[in-house]
Design a protein around this ligand. Structure first.
Ligand SMILES: [Zn+2]
Ligand SMILES: [Zn+2]
Ligand SMILES: [Zn+2]
Ligand SMILES: [Zn+2]
Ligand SMILES: [Zn+2]
Ligand SMILES: [Zn+2]
Ligand SMILES: [Zn+2]
Length: 1739
């Protein structure tokens, strides 16, 4: 049956293939009704090609479509074979100067911060690298997909619009040339015909809405009953819901369901069932039923297969059109023409319109195909881009509404093309003037926010979820408005003026709806029940901030516009305020003989709103006016008379009072929503159009008012009027907080905003930004990104910081951690203003502290006087008069009076501080006036005079000056003395200035003289104090050095004693060694240097008790962490397949999986640890049951944190005395040589085997031990002897515990202390750990000894001793068996076959295992051979084997030509050594010798470490430093001849046999014949992969990376393994795999293969390093890429160019080599608990 089907398909294919494209095309060329002919062709063939089964067959479909459908069109178009036609077209075409490359998701894009017209102008990587912007300040981001490269667009770049590739060649500058010129008439006609038909067809079929019927002309005669159940994407249902539903509805597996869901998400739709109508309809109803419960159901359609077929071809066709127009600009133009040609139905009937208007009805895949076509056609043709822009603008409202109703992301909407159109300055301008675009956008926006209150203001608080959703979508319109405004016009036409002002009107309408929205009333008594919604209003404000600023920028460019806008704004403000005074009681305020009428209003009792955009816009425009000359020249043009200053300031003032009261805690019951609003009001994101503008409005009002009136109104609003108007009133109230704020505000008025914002003071924009930076850096040095965050950004995302930073700060580079910092230049501290208006209270106090500290360090007085300020612009010049106004003086006087009286009621120090600051400012102001005096000016600012006058009757208070003098000596004001002194000094300076200029002399007062005198006195006093301090310091220094001398004197005896002790102990050690000279130290063998072991006493970190480490004492243990490791692996593909059966006895030289042991070096009693661990375990179990949270460690796996340093551990190592001494018996001078020893050992082994066999035989027959006697035992060998275990019970227990832990982790099996492989794993871990440490030391070029940190030294000591002692707790016969097999690999015997050949054995592992298992045999040997002799012979044997191994594998390159083959030959005849020695005389022999030396070095170094830790022989000083003769010293320490060849010579007889047996091995032969590979020596050290210097290379690489599982899809989170360089598709369903029964992400799965569960990755999109360990542990780590400011950019948010920091990368590499990744994760998780909650396994 199945085969029948197959043949059928093939049969059809053949008939289809017979269709000739050329013939069809010829038919078409002759046709009279071409559309009909073509449709007939399509109607016949398409259902035969597409949608023939449940699953698409893209390859087959594409092939057939090209052959039968597209082929004829191409023939028709070209009029000849397209294989010739298209190249011709291409040749004739003048290449476009536009790049237009459409970005893929994740592709890097570049924007030049110097030259891009706005931040949306971007270049692709290729263009960027060929452009001048490479050398500019640029920003790099990753594309979200959809945009295209702007290279070649002259409007997008201020400079360098072309890259080298797209550069206009100077000859061809005729831009206006018609591209159709290059095409023949015929070709034009044909193209027109075929494009018109095909484009029409595609549009019709894609927008076709019927499910069961085809468009006219496409119907077929017979209609099959084949349908698809088509599932569409929505953004409402989750992946999980869809997967679950599908499994139910169409009976598929989870995997299939995931596949469906993934495709639906990517393409927007996918058929989930194929069959007859009923079958599909049934699935549909299940899906609908299942997903309609909470939300609207998933969209499903049952579609006839032929419709699906035609739609598939429709999409193919659009792509094809896109490709065809790529051949020729002329064809492109024709297609544009076809697309935009109006159809028979008039307006909106062109194909392009049709597509756009049905955008939201199309599925994702169709949308992106036609968007792409638009981009490559309409947007690439300058003429049609304009026409398209008009169509787009006319449909704008409809498109946006469709988008808002739709639920797909904006990137899948045609509305998203606005960025491509509106950001082109000429188009934007044209659309504003001709299509009134500004008004359209704003009105459309307003239309979508219909929910208003009675006054017509927006009301967000009662938004339903749906409305909130719409609100989020509609915000994108603001972005459009921003695009339109982003380039400012250089010249204004009347049209533009008119249309802009029309737009401005609409904008004011919008702001009017915001003015006063979300009003709040102070909550008294009860706390509010529900936090009111506030975010929506602030979102709106935040999004509009740049638009408001840009509106002002536009107005500033044209006086006429500015004046009109000002008038309009004022009118709207008046409308907002109408009824402002209605029903409010007028009251009269009076202080110091001034009086003013105002209303009674109390912020704390009535409604108040923080949203005042209209007032604020007016404030902004007012400042602009002050810049222009209109205000002076033509005041009649301005409605200045209509302004009522009290009215202007009223609302901004209320807003500031609100802030003050909230800060004072008066609004606590209104909850967090209000606190948040106040926060954002001041925040850098909003303040420019909120707080700042309110201040300006107050200043504006003040400049137009009597300052006394102003102050009284202000006092009244702050509820402070009573205090200052009624004497003694204040004493009864504690009004500190509000008072503080009042003064704070006054300071702001005079100090900052009115001078430093461009337009008000006589400064420019850079001064303002400088000012901000100075004050930020006054708090503390800051990193670049911190500064950027603290500064306001303009619409181009620039802060303007780079242009001024050099002037005010120095840059300090970062170290290995941390980041680069900017520090304030010392000369800039004079500009520091303590009451800088953007400081929060916390910042202010931090800055004050920092600045005072700085002054103290510089030994200056700590006063922080107000800085000298630039002069005010004329419109605001009157502002300063507030400082010398009567009411102000009254306020100052009152507060100083309180300070003098110091009764503690209403007064606070901070009040005084502010008053002093105000006085200081007034003085600075007066001083400046006097200094800049010229002839005709009269100084009207006479602050000094006014403060010298005493108060008038009836109060008769002393003058302010007099009070200051009193305060100067007040004991309770120590902190402020410096400031008071500074004021008095300045006062005198001004007095002198006045005298010199002889204008209105200041009356001489007694106070001045007193002050003068006291000042001098004070100076002298200070000098005296400094002198005393200096003397005291010197004395202390002298005392200290005296004490030091004294200490040594006193303890001389002690010192002497210790030295002597040391001397005796070493000499004793030397005495014991009979033959060794003083200098020669030997680590092993019979000649081993004897050392007396020092008593070792350690302290338990848990109980603090001391204990000596002895054989029979209670066990002491080290916290340790055992992990599997592939750090040294040379073959990452090799994994242990079946751990239960795996035989670890021989380690392969690839070292593909080792077991590493590390320790933090902290010591505990075994029983103390046991108690601690039990407690941790119990606690965790309780906690996990209760809270279901994870910890950073896995208790069930035996993990715990070291109780002292919280280092992750999973077992403990017992501390032991040197184990060798226990079993070594006396030396005899007459020790066997290698050959003799081997003979003995072989006999012993043989005996053991025989015994073993007999035992098993006996066991089966149940017989006796007669045969034992018959066996001729070697002399002194007593195999029945069972050695006594000398260790205490507790030590034995720990030996087993640790051994089992290594076994469990190393093999990943269940713990089983009886398993025969336990001892092997222990030896292996010892060997592997030594190898890793040796490798690190080599890599860092460090000497072998003397450089290890204590913890590693301790760890290696105990690990080696443990491994050497472990055999005592395991089965003796098993260990003997291991030894026999190990030895057999070098000394073959007939019992052990199938052992690995010497190419496949890591010799160091072999050495360690042999040496450590040897005592199991030795303990039964009583022949008098020493243990050391055995060690030495084993060592020599393994060393020789290693040399042979090296020789066999040494590559030709090193050994010189022909040598390899010689070596091989020699080995075969086993005469190698003799000839080889002869070779040594020759030059190539020397090469060989060198390669042996290099190859064997790691082995020798490892052996030295091993024997050092095993036998405890001190290390000769020569190998504690790096030096030339390391090799010789190592040989000597290891009891080897310097010339290693002598080893062979000494034992030539036996060695010849052995070498021959090694080399005649089958595997060796295969290797020599080139049939297999082998590791060569020295093994190269493993490093992390090489990373490129420029981070964008990685981004580019990642953007080209396709998910390996979901057929050519982009990966969302491409992640690079830094160990092996594999790119992975992380954090995504598509690449999840099953591991040990759980679904895990690609990274976790990869760690198991590549790093034994540990992994280091770079998340490329995030620019973040990821550490993973096991399934549950992970953390993020700072990436090794830094920008020029020494900062990382995790998440690539800032987009500064990033470059590799080699040092930081080395640091990561070192963490890896040291096996510290898991530890690092543990620390990170302990420090940051949120990391524990992340599902690391899904990454
Ligand atoms: Zn480009
Ligand atoms: Zn280019
Ligand atoms: Zn540039
Ligand atoms: Zn203890
Ligand atoms: Zn520790
Ligand atoms: Zn890897
Ligand atoms: Zn994937």
């Amino acid at each position: 049956m199945a085969s029948d089907m197959e043949t059928e398909v093939q049969a059809i294919d053949r008939s289809l293939l017979d269709c000739s494209a050329e013939e069809v095309a010829v038919k078409w060329l002759q046709a009279t009704d071409l559309p009909k002919e073509v449709y007939l062709h399509l109607a016949y063939y398409i259902p035969k090609i597409y949608s023939r089964g449940p699953n698409p067959a893209p390859q087959r479909e594409d092939m057939l479509a090209q052959h039968i459908l597209l082929g004829p069109m191409e023939w028709y178009l070209c009029g000849e074979d397209p294989a010739f036609g298209f190249p011709k077209l291409e040749q004739a075409n003048k290449p476009s100067h536009l790049c237009g490359r459409v970005f893929k998701v994740g592709e890097p894009t570049y924007s030049c911060r110097d030259c891009a017209v706005d931040p949306t102008c971007v270049l692709c990587m290729e263009c960027f690298l060929g452009s001048i912007h490479r050398e500019h300040r640029y920003r790099m981001t990753t594309s979200g997909g959809g945009g295209f490269c702007d290279c070649g667009d002259t409007e997008a770049w201020k400079e360098g619009p072309y890259c080298q590739k797209h550069e206009l060649s100077s000859a061809e500058t005729a831009e206006e040339e018609d591209p159709l010129m290059h095409l023949s008439e015929d070709m034009i006609a044909r193209a027109y015909n075929i494009f018109a038909i095909m484009f029409q067809y595609a549009v019709d079929i894609l927008t076709w809405e019927k499910e069961n019927e085809l468009p006219p002309g496409l119907e077929t005669l017979e209609k099959s009953d084949t349908y698809y159940c088509m599932l569409f994407n929505d953004e409402v249902h989750t992946y999980e819901q869809v997967i679950y539903t599908l499994q139910k509805a169409v009976n598929c597996t989870q995997k299939e369901a995931i596949g469906f869901a993934t495709t639906v998400d990517r393409d927007g739709r996918r058929s989930v069932r194929y069959g007859d109508f009923q079958y599909c309809d049934q699935a549909k109803s299940v899906i609908v039923r299942n997903t309609s419960r909470q939300t609207k159901p998933l969209k499903v359609q049952v579609m006839h297969s032929s419709i699906v077929a035609h739609q598939s071809f429709g999409l193919k066709l659009l792509t094809w059109l896109g490709n065809i127009i790529g051949y020729s600009d002329g064809l492109r133009r024709i297609l544009c023409q076809v697309g935009l040609q109006e159809g028979p139905d008039g307006e909106n009937s062109s194909l392009v319109d049709k597509l756009m208007l049905s955008d939201s009805k199309l599925w994702k895949g169709a949308r992106s195909v036609y968007h792409q076509l638009f981009m490559s056609s309409l947007l690439m043709d300058l003429k049609y881009k304009k026409l398209f822009a008009i169509r787009f603008a006319r449909n704008y409202e409809r498109l946006q509404s469709d988008y808002v109703k739709d639920d797909h992301d904006r990137e899948f909407s045609i509305a998203d093309l606005s960025v491509q159109i509106f950001t082109v300055p000429s188009l934007a301008r044209m659309l504003i003037t001709e299509e009134n675009l500004m008004t359209t956008i704003i009105k459309t926006f307003m239309d979508h926010l219909r929910h208003r209150d009675i006054q017509g203001r927006f009301q967000f608080e009662r938004y339903t979820a749906l409305q909130a959703f719409k609100f989020r979508r509609v915000q994108s319109l603001i972005l459009d408005l921003k695009y339109v405004l982003i380039t400012k016009p250089t010249d204004w036409s009347n049209d533009l003026r008119q249309k802009f002002l029309e737009g401005f009107d609409a904008f004011l309408e919008l702001l009017k709806c915001m003015q006063g929205m979300d009003p709040i009333t102070r909550q008294v008594g009860q706390h509010i029940e529900m936090e009111p919604e506030w975010e929506a209003a602030f979102t709106l404000q935040m999004k509009l901030t740049h638009v408001i600023s840009m509106m002002q920028d536009w107005c500033a460019l044209d006086e006429k516009v500015l004046i009109e806008a000002y008038k309009k704004c004022l009118t709207v403000l008046m409308q907002c305020h109408s009824g402002f005074t209605d029903g409010e009681q007028p009251i009269v305020l009076s202080i110091c003989g001034h009086s003013v009428e105002t209303i009674r209003y109390c912020v704390s009792q009535e409604k108040v709103s923080i949203h005042l955009p209209v007032s604020r816009l007016l404030a902004g425009l007012h400042v602009l006016l002050s810049k222009s000359e209109v205000a002076y020249k033509f005041p009649e043009l301005l409605p200045l008379s209509e302004l009522s200053p009290p009215l202007l300031i009223e609302h901004p003032l209320r807003c500031l009072v609100l802030c003050a009261q909230v800060h004072a805690g008066m609004w606590r019951r209104n909850g967090f929503s209000l606190v948040n609003q106040i926060y954002y009001y001041h925040n850098v994101k909003c303040r420019r159009e909120m707080f700042d503008k309110d201040i300006i409005m107050l200043q504006t009002g003040l400049s137009m008012m009597d300052p006394n009136h102003f102050l009284m109104i202000m006092l009244s609003r702050f509820d402070l009027y009573q205090i200052f108007s009624t004497p003694d009133y204040g004493k009864r109230f504690n009004t500190e907080n509000t008072n503080k704020v009042l003064l704070y505000l006054v300071i702001i008025f005079n100090g900052e905003k009115n001078r430093f914002s461009p337009g008000m003071g006589q400064v420019n924009a850079t001064d303002e930004i400088k000012r901000e930076i100075i004050h930020q850096l006054s708090i503390r040095p800051m990193a670049h990104s911190e500064l950027v965050k603290a500064l306001p950004e303009n619409e181009n995302k620039e802060t303007g910081m780079e242009s001024v930073i050099e002037a005010v700060a120095c840059f300090k580079k970062p170290g290995l951690t941390g980041r680069g910092l900017y520090e304030l230049k010392p000369e800039c501290t004079k500009d520091f203003n303590l009451y800088f208006y953007h400081f929060s209270r916390a910042e202010q106090s931090k800055a004050e502290e920092a600045q005072r500290k700085l002054k103290r360090q510089n030994r200056e007085d700590t006063a922080l006087p107000p800085p000298v300020l630039p002069p005010l612009s004329p419109l605001f010049a009157s502002l300063i008069n507030i400082l010398q106004s009567d009411v102000m003086l009254c306020i100052m006087g009152t507060i100083l009076q309180w300070a003098v009286e110091h009764n503690g009621y209403a007064w606070s120090e901070s009040m005084l501080q502010r008053v002093l600051h105000l006085i200081g400012m007034a003085l600075q102001e007066e001083k400046q006036h006097l200094e800049n005096l010229n002839e005709e000016n009269v100084v009207t600012f006479t602050f000094t005079q006014k403060i010298s006058k005493p108060g008038e009757a009836p109060s008769n208070s002393p003058s302010i000056l007099a009070m200051l003098e009193t305060l100067q000596n007040a004991p309770h004001l120590e902190v402020h003395k410096d400031m008071i002194r500074w004021i008095l000094k300045t006062f005198n300076a001004i007095k002198k200035l006045r005298e010199n200029s002889s204008t209105s002399p200041v009356p001489e007062t007694e106070g001045n003289i007193i002050e003068e005198g006291s000042r001098d006195k004070d100076k002298a006093e200070r000098k005296r104090k400094a002198e005393i301090a200096r003397l005291r310091r010197e004395k202390i220094m002298a005392q200290m050095s005296e004490m030091q001398r004294h200490f040594i004197d006193e303890n001389k005896e002690l010192f002497q004693q210790t030295l002597e002790e040391l001397a005796t102990s070493t000499s004793r050690a030397l005495d014991n060694s009979p033959t060794v000279s003083d200098t020669k130290l030997t680590a092993l063998g019979p000649k081993q240097t004897r050392v007396t072991e020092q008593r070792q006493v350690v302290t338990c970190i848990l109980c603090q008790e001391e204990q000596e480490v002895k054989v029979d004492s209670r066990a002491m243990v080290l916290a340790a962490f055992v992990q599997r490791s592939t750090v040294l692996s040379k073959n990452r593909n090799k994994v242990i397949q079946d751990p239960e059966k795996y035989d670890p006895l021989f380690m392969h030289p690839e070292l593909s999986c080792g077991t590493h042991t590390g320790s933090c070096g902290h010591i505990m009693h075994a029983h103390c640890w046991q108690r601690y661990f039990d407690a941790v375990q119990a606690k965790e179990q309780r906690r996990q049951q209760r809270l279901r949270v994870h910890t950073s460690y896995d208790v069930e796996n035996g993990e715990f944190l070291c109780p002292l340093c919280e280092c992750l551990s999973n077992t403990v190592i017992p501390l032991l005395p040197p184990p060798r001494g226990l079993f070594n018996r006396l030396d005899f001078s007459d020790q066997p040589n290698l050959a003799q020893w081997m003979r003995t050992i072989s006999q012993q082994i043989k005996a053991l085997y025989i015994l073993r066999e007999e035992e098993s035989a006996n066991n089966s027959c149940g017989s006796n031990s007669e045969k034992m006697d018959e066996l001729q035992l070697p002399k002194g060998f007593r195999p029945d002897f069972q050695p006594k275990n000398l260790y205490s019970e507790s030590i034995k227990e720990m030996l087993t515990t640790f051994g089992t832990a290594i076994y469990k982790v190393g093999l990943k099996v269940h713990p089983n202390e009886e398993d025969l492989r336990v001892p092997i794993m222990c030896w292996g871990s010892c060997a592997y750990t030594i190898q890793t440490i040796e490798q690190i030391l080599t890599d860092e070029n460090k000497p072998l000894f003397g450089n290890l940190p204590c913890r590693q030294d301790d760890c290696l000591t105990s690990l080696t001793r443990f491994a050497a002692a472990h055999w005592t707790v395991s089965s003796l016969s098993a260990v003997q068996g291991h030894f026999c097999r190990l030895l057999a690999s070098l000394v073959p015997n007939e019992k052990n076959e199938n052992l690995p050949c010497i190419l496949d054995i890591d010799m160091f592992h072999l050495l360690v295992s042999l040496v450590l298992s040897f005592p199991a045999i030795y303990c039964q040997d009583f022949s008098g051979v020493s243990l050391g002799t055995g060690d030495l012979h084993i060592f020599h044997l393994v060393t020789m084997a290693h040399i042979v191994q090296i020789l066999l594998t040494s590559s030709t390159g090193n050994a010189g030509p022909g040598l390899e083959s010689i070596a091989i030959l020699l080995f075969h005849t086993s005469k190698v050594l003799l000839v080889w020695i002869a070779l040594k005389e020759m030059s190539s022999g020397w090469h060989l010798w060198r390669s042996i030396k290099a190859g064997i070095m790691p082995f020798l170094r490892c052996s030295a470490l091993f024997f050092h830790y095993l036998n405890g022989v001190p290390v000769p000083s020569e190998i504690q430093v790096t030096g030339a003769s390391q090799f010789e010293h190592l040989c000597s320490y290891l009891s080897l001849p310097n010339n290693l060849i002598c080893l062979f010579q000494e034992n030539s007889k036996i060695m010849n046999t052995l070498v021959e047996s090694w080399c005649s091995n089958n595997e060796v032969n295969r290797y020599l014949e080139g049939k297999r590979q082998a590791i060569s020596y020295a093994r190269e050290s493993n490093k992390l992969i090489d990373l490129p210097d420029d981070y964008s290379c990685l981004i580019n690489q990642a953007s080209n990376f396709l998910c390996p599982k979901s057929g050519g899809d982009k990966s969302r989170a491409p992640t690079l393994c830094l160990v092996c360089g594999t790119m992975l598709c992380s954090q995504s369903y598509c690449c999840q795999t099953e591991l040990e029964g759980e679904d895990v992400g690609a990274c976790t799965a990869h760690t198991y293969a590549c790093g034994s569960g540990v992994g280091i990755f770079l998340r490329v999109r995030e620019c973040q390093v990821l550490f993973l360990a096991g399934k549950t542990k992970g953390c993020f780590y700072a990436p090794p890429y830094l920008d020029d400011y020494g900062e990382t950019d995790q998440g690539l948010r800032r987009g500064n160019p990033l470059h590799l920091c080699k040092e930081r990368f080395k640091k990561i590499q070192k963490l890896w080599q040291q096996h510290s990744i898991t530890e690092e994760i543990g620390h990170a998780q302990e420090a940051n608990q949120t990391l524990v909650g992340i599902d690391w396994q899904h990454l």
